[in-house]
Design a protein around this ligand. Structure first.
Ligand code: MCN
Length: 727
């Protein structure tokens, strides 16, 4: 059995030997390069773009201005500012040149005339709708109220009432590889090579924008995405348009500074929360007024829906209300970053739990135990059905770890060091659908190829899916290859996002393997002149127990593909391939706990001394891959808690335009961490897994923040926590 084993990643060899092929490694004959002139004013009326001087430069082929394409939830002048500039970084013009250097140099020869407009940067200011982020539009781009029970009355009737406001900064998802694509026009068909999380979704949004063309989208190797390479970007439309217009291949690669000015930021929420409880700590009501800072487009609004509908977390709180305002500001548009709405919710409900515990002078774990959901399935006040698990059991395990860490912390405190321990407990929603597909093929050499519709980009899902298929077919994992990321290889699919790939594509691959076995049995019955019922499949061999005749997969593949001539005399279709799709009728809800011990020194510097995460994600297919996900997520959560934050000045200039100002954790800040798991909360899929790709990014910030709070004695309501806040 390979499932459950720490199998090494099959993906790594090419990546670590430099034979990976990222978008920027793709060079096509006659290729032009595209560079984008971006606005350096946050809000202005655009009068005129002067391109004549740029066009005179040797090597410059074209300058594109004024391109508009109607894409849902984007401002009217998407993908290029035409009459109104909405944020610093917005594309205004694109230069097409024979080489990249000429393209970038030519940007200096373009100027634009504009009349500056007041910009609105602070989301609370924007919610007053006085200064407009987009002329003649309301700043309130989205509003929604969620109600479950009667939260207002329950709050009023509560013995204990607490109220707090939380600020969660905008962050940049920081993939190692910036966004980029190559568009290759050929006779009404355009091949796009992209650094994307979903070639199929990209194909569908490019088809809507350019309906006269057929698209093939190929996912190049991707150097990370973390949610930021899923939804449509201005530069993609501009590059494709440039390829169609010039009838040449065109390459666009973002620079890091352009990334910070254009890749959708994540998070950016403000929560004003009221919580009502009884004196003994039973929470009766939670009311959350949420402002989400959408930036200069509408499309990130759904993140507030995810946060709101999970605002009661893993706790049995009957009365809840969430009141969302999505506001436009003159900033880079907002969209998902690992966790997408769930880290924001967990930060809020876990902060409120700790604050209530402090208020009531109750042990924070006792308080959580009192409120935690005791039975699953459980329907939360907004109708989300938490599918399975034993929350109390996991919390008990986490408590043991917490107590151990507390003991160690106490020793260090006795030495005069400022050390604290924090625990978070979370539930999350994943396996965002609708479904995923997979094809399994017996190749002519007797090996098996699996093509999945999911589009992994660092997670190692290919290895885990090889484990599943090798087990199902009873063959050596070295005989299974898994490929993905090409719309011509598998027709309908979705991609990798929302911690879905293992569960949905993995189950699709499992079902396709079962179908393949059936197809093979039928074919072998025909070869052996037997009834299919007489034929059995076991450990990569097909045999007739009566006659004792057996064929290996390699022999079957050979028999089916190597004889030319003759006539059709098979009783079954000679299909050595099967495709299956798989979807769930509910999301999956993994849950877990993080426990952190930190030290804060006199300069306000935070160091993590110890860290343990415990999760229940149902069946764990490859504990090493899952652990890798948890470790990466913990580091990102750590970054979000104390280091990372997009900062604008109040005129709308981005003050964090590079990794010199926008700091992310490096190995120097890394720390010892341990991951443990239990397998009680199985999903309802045939292979009963849930996702783990985002859990740690959800559990980490509240645990780290609580530990900092305990170490420093300062109440923390804003992330990132700055050093100066802790002295
Ligand atoms: N896994 C497992 N057993 C399970 C669940 C998962 O062994 N029960 C393994 C899988 O085989 C896979 C990994 O854990 O190797 C994550 O699987 P899954 O939870 O299905 O998540 P996805 O593959 O759908 O990945 C998406 C998720 C998201 S939403 C973001 S954002 C994110 C993340 O993955 N972005 C990443 N992890 C990332 N890791 C890297 N290196 N780069 C990114 O951009």
């Amino acid at each position: 059995m390979y499932i459950g084993q720490r199998i090494r990643r099959k993906e790594d060899l090419k990546l670590i030997t430099g034979t990976g092929r990222y978008v920027d490694d793709i060079n096509l004959n006659g290729m032009f390069y595209l560079a984008i002139l971006r606005s350096n004013v946050p809000h202005a009326r655009l009068k005129k773009v002067n391109v004549e001087d740029a066009l005179k430069l040797p090597g410059v082929v074209d300058v594109i201005t004024g391109l508009t394409i109607n894409v849902e939830n984007r401002p009217k002048n998407f993908p290029m500012a035409v009459d109104e500039i909405l944020y610093a970084g917005q594309p205004i013009a694109a230069v097409l040149a024979e080489d990249r250097y000429t393209a970038y140099d030519a940007l200096d020869y373009i100027s634009y005339d504009y009349e500056e407009l007041p910009a609105v940067i602070d989301p609370e200011e924007a919610s007053k709708d006085e200064v407009k982020a987009v002329e003649e539009s309301s700043n309130i781009a989205y509003s929604k109220v969620y109600k479950g029970g009667n939260a207002e009355k329950a709050y009023e009737d509560s013995e204990i009432k607490i109220e707090e406001k939380f600020y969660i900064s905008r962050v940049y998802p920081s993939p190692m590889e910036p966004r980029g694509l190559v568009a290759d026009y050929q006779q009404d068909r355009i091949t796009v090579y992209a650094s994307t999380q979903s070639p199929h979704y990209m194909r569908s949004y490019l088809i809507s924008a350019f309906p006269d063309f057929d698209f093939r989208v190929i996912q190049a190797d991707v150097g990370g995405a973390f949610g930021s390479k899923l939804f449509p970007y201005a530069e993609e439309y501009i590059t494709v348009y440039a390829s169609i217009k010039s009838r040449r291949p065109v390459k666009f690669i973002n620079t890091r500074s352009e990334e910070l000015h254009s890749t959708y930021h994540g998070r950016g929420q403000i929560h004003h929360v009221k919580l009502g409880a009884s004196k003994d700590g039973k929470v009766n009501a939670i009311i959350d007024d949420l402002i989400i800072d959408l930036g200069a487009a509408w499309h990130g609004f759904y993140l507030a829906d995810i946060s709101s509908t999970l605002i009661t977390g893993p706790y049995d709180i009957k009365n809840a209300m969430a009141n969302i305002k999505g506001v436009l500001t003159n900033k880079v548009p907002l969209d998902q970053y690992r966790g997408a709405g769930r880290p924001e919710a967990a930060f809020v409900y876990e902060r409120m739990m700790d604050i209530l515990a402090d208020e009531l002078r109750i042990d924070p774990i006792e308080l959580r135990k009192k409120n935690v959901i005791k039975e699953t399935p459980y329907v939360n006040p907004f109708g989300l059905k938490y599918d399975s698990g034993n929350y109390l059991d996991l919390l008990n395990k986490a408590e043991g770890i917490y107590k151990e860490m507390e003991k160690n912390a106490e020793e260090l405190r006795k030495q005069g060091r400022k050390v604290g321990v924090g625990l978070s407990f979370y539930v999350e929603q994943n396996n965002f659908g609708p479904w995923e597909s997979a094809s399994v093929r017996l190749l002519a050499n007797g090996k098996v190829e699996v093509i999945i519709g999911a589009a992994p980009h660092g997670q190692g899902t290919g290895t885990a899916i090889a484990q599943i298929v090798a087990d199902e077919l009873g063959i050596n994992i070295d005989d299974v290859s898994v490929t993905w990321g090409d719309t011509d290889k598998i027709s309908n699919a979705f991609g990798t996002y929302g911690s879905r790939s293992l569960t949905l594509a993995g189950n699709a691959a499992l079902l396709a393997s079962r179908k393949l076995k059936e197809n093979i049995i039928k074919l072998v019955a025909s070869f052996l002149q037997s009834d299919p019922e007489e034929i059995q499949y076991k450990d990569g061999k097909v045999f007739n127990p009566k006659s004792g005749k057996a064929l290996s997969l390699a022999e079957i593949a050979k028999m089916a593909t190597s004889n030319l001539g003759g006539t059709w005399n098979y009783k079954a279709e000679p299909t050595l391939e099967a495709t299956a799709s798989f979807g769930l009728d509910n999301y999956t809800f993994p849950y877990g706990s993080h426990i952190a011990m930190v030290e804060v020194d006199d300069s306000g510097k935070v160091r993590v001394l110890d860290y343990v995460a415990v999760d229940d994600i149902g069946l764990v297919v490859n504990p090493m891959l899952a652990e890798g996900q948890v470790e990466g997520g913990i580091m990102q959560g750590f970054g979000e808690a104390i280091m990372e934050g997009i900062v604008y000045d109040n005129r709308g200039n981005l003050l964090t335009p590079s990794f010199a100002e926008y700091t992310i954790p490096s190995p120097a800040e890394s720390f010892r961490m341990k991951w443990m798991y239990m397998e009680e909360g199985m999903s309802s899929a045939p292979l009963p897994a849930k996702g783990i790709g985002e859990g740690a990014a959800i559990g980490a910030p509240p645990a780290i923040v609580r530990a900092i709070e305990k170490a420093s004695g300062r109440r923390i309501t804003t992330i990132p926590v700055r050093m100066e806040d802790l002295i």
